[in-house]
Design a protein around this ligand. Structure first.
Ligand code: FES
Length: 319
């Protein structure tokens, strides 16, 4: 199925602290954009063949604009640098409709949002939604330095400013994030959400588990993942065509399949977005993604071929 894309234009662009560019996108025809729920992202078609996902950080109650914040990553594989260098005010581009892999749980008694660095973006949309719904929540924003952090003015001027707490590495001990105090003991109806650099997220997630939070109450979204492609060679069979290929050490299944003419749709190439998901008919995957849940990984009947490998000598895929 060919996905219908939206034609949008960069109405406003602002460079904020820490090398984050904040873009406001509106439809080229001036019509309202599709509604979205907090936590959603869109695929941004930056250039031919260059598609990246960014969380929406505007108010989900305002369908006139989508706002994104993009950190310029020195290790960029083209995405963030492309956004910074080419998405100037007035530039027209195409984006996907919003998709949500990080939704708010319904009926929470209390919600704690923990954003690290640019991971604050989905949390801002969540805060708008929770505030509008009159729900009990706190938003904690952690960063290295106040002067190198984006969105501070927006958060301070927001209708939920009283629910926002900031924590910076270079400021006093009294404002440091104390997980035990902020999260409290895990209990029914209390949900926590985190997004940010991998180290920050691991610390927050482990802290929540130690405090008794169950997996259903820990919500996480990874935006940057180191893809580990090491591991022994194995065979992949594409069942529908009967084609077989050997995946070399350090090579992705995706790349090996391309060699025999089998193309799989991809987007992030980091095991984050789920676009390259394939069904496994035989063999045991070695999951390296952050998209599938632990239960889905344990079932071993699906694999993300951009990053995962095989524990068995052979993998048969339903492609
Ligand atoms: S392309 Fe995004 S998970 Fe594979």
């Amino acid at each position: 199925m060919i996905e219908e894309l939206l034609n949008v234009v960069v109405r406003k662009r602002e460079l904020q602290g820490g090398g984050v560019v904040v873009l406001d996108l509106i439809r080229c025809d001036g019509a309202a954009l599709p509604a979205f729920d907090a936590g959603a992202h869109v695929d941004i078609h930056i250039a031919p063949g260059l598609v990246r996902q960014y969380s929406l950080c505007s108010n989900p109650g305002d369908p006139s604009v989508y706002r994104l914040g993009v950190l310029k990553d020195p290790a960029s594989r083209g995405g963030s640098v492309g956004v910074h260098d080419t998405l100037l005010e007035g530039r027209e581009l195409q984006i996907s409709a919003p998709r949500n892999l990080f939704p708010l749980a319904g009926q929470a008694r209390r919600t704690i949002l923990l954003g690290g660095g640019i991971g604050i973006t989905p949390m801002i949309a969540m805060a708008y939604t929770l505030h509008t719904a009159g729900q009990d929540f706190e938003l904690h924003y952690c960063g290295r330095e106040r002067g190198r952090s984006a969105f501070l003015d927006e958060l301070a001027g927001s209708p939920f400013a009283a629910n926002v707490f900031t924590h910076f590495d270079d400021e006093g001990l009294e404002q440091r994030l104390d997980l035990a105090t902020v999260l409290g003991r895990g209990e029914a109806g209390v949900h926590m959400y985190t997004c940010g650099p991998a180290g920050f997220m691991e610390w927050v997630i482990q802290g929540a588990r130690d405090l008794g939070y169950t997996e259903e109450h820990i919500h996480k979204e990874y935006f940057q993942v180191e893809v580990d492609s090491s591991g022994a060679s194995f065979e992949v069979v594409a069942a529908r065509s009967g084609k077989s290929v050997q995946v070399a050490e350090g090579q992705s299944i995706l790349a090996a399949l391309a060699h025999v003419g089998i193309k799989i749709e991809i987007s992030c190439e980091q095991g984050v977005c789920g676009t390259c998901l394939c069904d496994v008919l035989e063999g045991e995957p070695d999951h390296r993604d952050v998209y599938l849940t632990d239960d889905e990984k344990a079932a071993n009947d699906q694999i993300l071929v951009c990053c995962s490998r095989a524990k068995s000598k052979k993998l048969v895929l339903d492609i």
